[in-house]
Design a binder for this molecule. Structure first.
Ligand code: HEM
Length: 370
C-alpha cells in the first residue's frame, strides 16, 4: 500500500488511509489543515477520552491554542527529569508484581505482568489508595473493552458497562479532586486539583485520560518486547548487556507499534501525494506502516535494535506527541531489567499467537521461567 497507493480513499469506511512516513508526519504537524477534535467515529486509542456528550474535554482531542492550556500544566511532570524521580516507585511496583509470581514455573505474561504493572504505576502516580486499585483496574478494563463477536446485544452490553464505568470513575475522581484541593501531595490528582487552568470537568477528564492512554499501550509495548526478543532469539544478548535494553525498546516501538493508527479530520482542502482531500474528510494515519517506510528506515522489515537513528513515530508527532513517552520508556526499561534479573530463563511460547490489532499486542503470552 505504501508504495502502490500511499494516500487512498477507502469507500467502505469513507475515510482516507495514509501510509507513508512523510505524509503521516505532515498531517500530524499541520494543525491548520487537520483537527484532532472528535466529530466522527473515532479511533480505538482516543475514543473514550470524552463521553458521548463531549463533557470531558481533554488535551488529546483539542487543537492549539486550547491544547496548550490543557497540557501545559502537566507537561513538566512528564519530562525526563521528573520521570527519573519516579523511577524508584516504578521499581517498587515492578518488584511487587514479580513477587506475586514467586514460585511459578509458568505464567501468562499478559495477564500476570503486562496488564497489572502499568495500571499499578498510573494508580501510584495519580495517588489512588491501594485498596481501590482493583476497582481501578476493573474500570480501566470496561473503558477499553471491544466487542468480540459484534452482535447487537454484545455491543449494547459493552456500551452500558462502559457508560457505567465512566460514570463511576468520573464520580470517584470528582470526589478526589475536591478533597485534594489545597493539598501539598505530589500526585497528579493533587496537581490537577490545584491548577487554576482547568475547569472541574477538565480535571476529571485529565485523570481519566491518563488511565486510558497509559495502560493498554504500555501493556502492549511490554508484551511485544518479550514476543520480539523470543522470536529474534535475543533474550540472552539483552540479559548479558550485549544489546542495550533501550535500543531494543525503541526497535519494538517501531517494529510492533502498540498504536497502529490515529485519526484526524481535514478542516481545509489539502493536496497530499497527488490526492485531493477536502475539508470534512476523515483520515486514518497508519503509524505502523509509516514505521516500516523504506524511505526512512533501511531494511524496515527486519528487527534491528542497533539502528541509529531510529526516528519511529510510535508516540505520534506534533503537539499531541505522547505525554507519557518518557514514562513508558522508563517503565519498559525497568520491567525488562527486573524480569531478566529475576528469571534465569524466560521462554515465551510463540506457538499459538492471538494478536490484537486495534491496539497492537497479544491476548496472551504463556512463559516458562526458572
Ligand atoms: C498521546 C502512544 C504511553 C499519555 C499519544 C499518542 C500516541 C501515543 C501515538 C498521540 C495521539 C494523537 O496524536 O492523537 C503511546 C504509546 C505508549 C504510550 C505507544 C506506550 C508504549 C503513555 C503513557 C501515558 C500516555 C504511559 C501516561 C501516563 C498520553 C497522553 C496523550 C498521549 C496524555 C495525549 C497527548 C496530547 O494530546 O497532547 N500516546 N502512549 N501515553 N499519550 Fe501516549
Amino acid at each position: 500500500m505504501r508504495a502502490e497507493d500511499p494516500v487512498r480513499f477507502d469507500e467502505q469506511r469513507e475515510m482516507w488511509d495514509i501510509f507513508r512516513y512523510e505524509d503521516v508526519d505532515r498531517v500530524l504537524k499541520d494543525h491548520d489543515a487537520f483537527t484532532a477534535r472528535r466529530t466522527r467515529e473515532d479511533n480505538e486509542f482516543s475514543s473514550d477520552a470524552e463521553d458521548d456528550t463531549g463533557m470531558l474535554q481533554t488535551m488529546i482531542t483539542a487543537d492549539p491554542p486550547e491544547h496548550n492550556r490543557l497540557r501545559g500544566f502537566v507537561d513538566e511532570r512528564f519530562q525526563p527529569g521528573s520521570i527519573r524521580e519516579y523511577q524508584p516507585r516504578v521499581e517498587a511496583v515492578t518488584e511487587d508484581v514479580l513477587d506475586a509470581l514467586a514460585g511459578e514455573e509458568q505464567f501468562d505474561f499478559v495477564d500476570e505482568f503486562a496488564i497489572p504493572f502499568p495500571v499499578t504505576v498510573i494508580a501510584e502516580l495519580l495517588g489512588i489508595p491501594a485498596e481501590r486499585r482493583d476497582q481501578f483496574k476493573a474500570w480501566s478494563d470496561a473503558l477499553i473493552a471491544r466487542p468480540k463477536n459484534g452482535t447487537q446485544t454484545e455491543i449494547q452490553r459493552i456500551q452500558q458497562e462502559r457508560q457505567q464505568a465512566r460514570q463511576e470513575m468520573s464520580d470517584y475522581f470528582t470526589k478526589l479532586v475536591a478533597e485534594r484541593r489545597g493539598g501539598d501531595g505530589d500526585d497528579f490528582i493533587t496537581l490537577a486539583a490545584n491548577t487554576e487552568e482547568l475547569s472541574r470537568e477538565e480535571k476529571v477528564g485529565f485523570c481519566i485520560l491518563l488511565l486510558l492512554a497509559g495502560n493498554i499501550t504500555t501493556t502492549n509495548l511490554l508484551t511485544n518486547a518479550i514476543w520480539s526478543l523470543e522470536e529474534q532469539g535475543l533474550t540472552d544478548a539483552v540479559r548479558t548487556g550485549a544489546i542495550g535494553r533501550k535500543q531494543v525498546i525503541e526497535e519494538v516501538l517501531r517494529y510492533r507499534s502498540p498504536v497502529q493508527s490515529l485519526n484526524r479530520i481535514a478542516i481545509a482542502d489539502v493536496e497530499l501525494n497527488g490526492k485531493q482531500i477536502q475539508a470534512g474528510d476523515a483520515v486514518t494515519l497508519w503509524l505502523g506502516a509509516a514505521n516500516r517506510d523504506s524511505e526512512v528506515f533501511d531494511t524496515p522489515e527486519e528487527f534491528r535494535p542497533e539502528r541509529r537513528p531510529n526516528r519511529h513515530m510510535a508516540f505520534g508527532m506534533g503537539v499531541h506527541f505522547c505525554l507519557g513517552a518518557h514514562l513508558a520508556r522508563m517503565e519498559a526499561d525497568v520491567a525488562m531489567q527486573q524480569l531478566l534479573e529475576r528469571f534465569d530463563r524466560l521462554d515465551a511460547d510463540l506457538s499459538n499467537l492471538d494478536p490484537l490489532y486495534s491496539l497492537y499486542g497479544l491476548k496472551s503470552l504463556p512463559c516458562e521461567v526458572n
